[in-house]
Design a protein around this ligand. Structure first.
Ligand SMILES: Nc1ncnc2c1ncn2[C@@H]1O[C@H](COP(=O)(O)OP(=O)(O)OP(=O)(O)O)[C@@H](O)[C@H]1O
Ligand SMILES: [Mg+2]
Length: 240
C-alpha cells in the first residue's frame, strides 16, 4: 500500500505540487485526473524518488521511502512506468523484460517472465523479436511487463494511453485493470477520463498542484457532471 501525505514538489520557478494526499491500495486502481500542468507527473516522480519532495512523506507498506533514490524505491516495491513507453527498440522483447528484472535473482526472474507472458500473451509471441517492431499498444504492454519484472506491489502509471488508437486504449487500460486484479496497488494518471474511469475504483482530480476532488469511480461515472465542475476547463481536455 502506498500512502502519500502532504506532498510538495518545488522547481526553481514554481511549486508544482502543493500538499497532495494520495493512497493506492492492493487490488485497486486509483485514477488521477487533471489538466496539463496540474502536477500529476511531478507527484509520481516524487513518489518514485526521481525528484525531491520538498515537504511531505511517501510511505510504502509502512516504510518511509521519502527522499530515497529511485533504485531503493524499486527494491522497496514500487515502480514507475513513465510517459512515452521508452522500450529499448533494438533489443528483443525478452531482453527488455530481463532488464526490468535486474533487482531480482535470475531464477525468480524466469518465473516472473512467465507471469508477464500469462498476463500479456502477445509478448510471449513476440519475445524473440525487436521491441521496436511492436505496435504502440504492445510497447505499452512491454513497458508494463518490464515494470512487473521488478516484482512491485505498487505501480505508478503515467498516461499509458497517450497517443494510442482508440481500440488500443481499451486494451491497454484493460491490462491496467488486470494488474490491479492480480493484487497490485495501481496509481494511474490519465488524460482520457472516460477510458480511465472505466477501469478505476477511486478517482482523484488535481488542479494547480492540489487535490480538488476525490471519490468512488462509480459515483464519478454516474455523476460525471460533478467531476466536470471540479475539473473545470480541464474536463474538456480530459474528454469528460
Ligand atoms: N523539471 C521541471 N522544472 C521546472 N518546472 C517543471 C519541471 N517539471 C514540471 N514543471 C512544471 O511543474 C508543473 C507541473 O508539471 P507536471 O508535469 O507535474 O504536470 P502534469 O499534470 O503531469 O501535466 P501533463 O498533463 O501535461 O503531463 C508545470 O507547471 C510544469 O511546467
Ligand atoms: Mg504529466
Amino acid at each position: 500500500m502506498l500512502q502519500i501525505a502532504d506532498l510538495h514538489v518545488r522547481y526553481a520557478t514554481a511549486e508544482a505540487v502543493r500538499g497532495v494526499d494520495l493512497t493506492a491500495t492492493p487490488g485497486r486502481v486509483t485514477l488521477v485526473l487533471g489538466a496539463n500542468g496540474a502536477g500529476k507527473t511531478s507527484t509520481l516522480r516524487a513518489a518514485a524518488g526521481l525528484v525531491p519532495a520538498h515537504r511531505g512523506t511517501v510511505v510504502l507498506d509502512g516504510n518511509d521511502v521519502t527522499g530515497h533514490p529511485p533504485h531503493a524505491v524499486v527494491r522497496a516495491g514500487m515502480v514507475l512506468v513513465p510517459e512515452g513507453r521508452r522500450v529499448f527498440a533494438p533489443l528483443t522483447v525478452e531482453e527488455n523484460l530481463v532488464l526490468g528484472g535486474y533487482t531480482v535473482p535470475k531464477a525468480r526472474s524466469r518465473e516472473l517472465m512467465e507471469r508477464v507472458f500469462a498476463l500479456f500473451p502477445i509478448l510471449r509471441e513476440r519475445r524473440r523479436g525487436p521491441a521496436g517492431l511492436l505496435s504502440g499498444g504492445e510497447q505499452q504492454m512491454l513497458a508494463f511487463g518490464r515494470a512487473l519484472m521488478a516484482q512491485p506491489r505498487v505501480v505508478l502509471l503515467d498516461e499509458p494511453s497517450m497517443g494510442l488508437a482508440p481500440a488500443m486504449v481499451a486494451s491497454v487500460l484493460g491490462a491496467v485493470r488486470e494488474m490491479a486484479d492480480s493484487g497490485l496497488a495501481v496509481l494511474l494518471v490519465e488524460q482520457n477520463a472516460e477510458a480511465g474511469l472505466a477501469v478505476a475504483d477511486e478517482v482523484v482530480a488535481m488542479a494547480r498542484g492540489e487535490v480538488v476532488f476525490r471519490g468512488a469511480a462509480d459515483l464519478a461515472r454516474s455523476h460525471a457532471s460533478v467531476l466536470r465542475v471540479f475539473l473545470g476547463e480541464a474536463a474538456l481536455a480530459n474528454k469528460l
